[in-house]
Ligand binder design. Structure first.
Ligand code: SF4
Ligand code: SF4
Length: 240
């Protein structure tokens, strides 16, 4: 059972799914989709194709997933932990949830099946689905980081579209090595939410209960951005 730190999102669909959905998207519609996503304030889309093994493991029959990513507000993130902060985080989450329904409606209007995967669904790990995109990585501080930012939230839409630009390889795996030699989040966590091996202990973390964001704010990926940290890492590797 996962902690429920957000309120349920009401259903905002304005269109029904098509009776005979199509499964191939043209370049034009895909470009239009990406434009709409950006217009709505998301920072981009990632795509997961779920393998049979994955589907069996989680007992789901979804195939193709759009991951709509939004950057959690820096203004909220930098607030001290408080009830007010968690309320603002939930408000932001609700707003991007509403916009996700609008994106799903755009797809439905274009004859694709599109359904929001409920973010509070306990039966499947959305992070596990996100990792199937090969476009993100789980950091030591347990953030699901995409290259656009560390402080990324996301919503997912399962769809009939089969020809999405899925990635073959995850080129962010180096982050695991970087985290293994960094450990700033472990040293600075006010709740000691890591075990003696540096493994994150979810039940001790107060991110969702009280709005702690300390490990995000002091993380090199937040302070410098993904590309800068990567360049520094590559230079160090080259020196040996
Ligand atoms: S602070 Fe260091 S160890 Fe922690 S997540 Fe960021 S890079 Fe990884
Ligand atoms: S959010 Fe706060 S409590 Fe949780 S791991 Fe990060 S620093 Fe520790």
């Amino acid at each position: 059972m996962r902690i429920r730190y957000h309120h349920p999102i009401p259903n905002f669909y304005e269109f029904e799914n098509p009776v005979s959905p199509i499964n191939s998207i043209s370049e034009n519609i895909l470009n239009e989709l990406n434009e709409i996503v950006l217009e709505k304030g998301f920072i981009g889309v990632s795509y997961s194709a779920l393998s049979d093994d994955f589907k069996n493991e989680w007992n789901i029959d979804w195939d193709n997933i759009l991951i709509l990513k939004y950057k959690m507000s820096d203004d909220i993130l930098t607030m001290d932990p408080s009830k007010e902060k968690t309320v603002l985080e939930d408000k932001e989450f609700q707003e991007f949830g509403r916009r996700t329904f609008e994106v799903a409606d755009f797809l439905r209007k274009n004859n694709f099946k599109a359904d929001l995967i409920h973010p509070l669904d306990d039966s499947v790990s959305l992070r596990a689905i996100a990792m199937q995109s090969r476009d993100c990585i789980i950091t030591r501080s347990n953030m699901c980081m995409f290259r656009e930012a560390l402080n990324v939230g996301f919503f997912m839409i399962k769809t009939s579209i089969e020809n999405l630009p899925f990635k073959d390889e995850n080129d962010m795996l180096w982050v695991e090595d970087f985290c293994s030699t960094c450990g700033i989040c472990i040293d600075r966590c006010p709740e000691d939410a890591f075990d003696e091996n540096g493994k994150f202990i979810r039940k001790l973390c107060t991110a969702h209960k009280k709005g702690c964001s300390k490990c995000v704010l002091i993380c090199p990926f937040y302070k410098q951005g993904y590309e800068k940290v990567k360049k520094r890492y590559d230079r160090k590797q080259a020196r040996g």
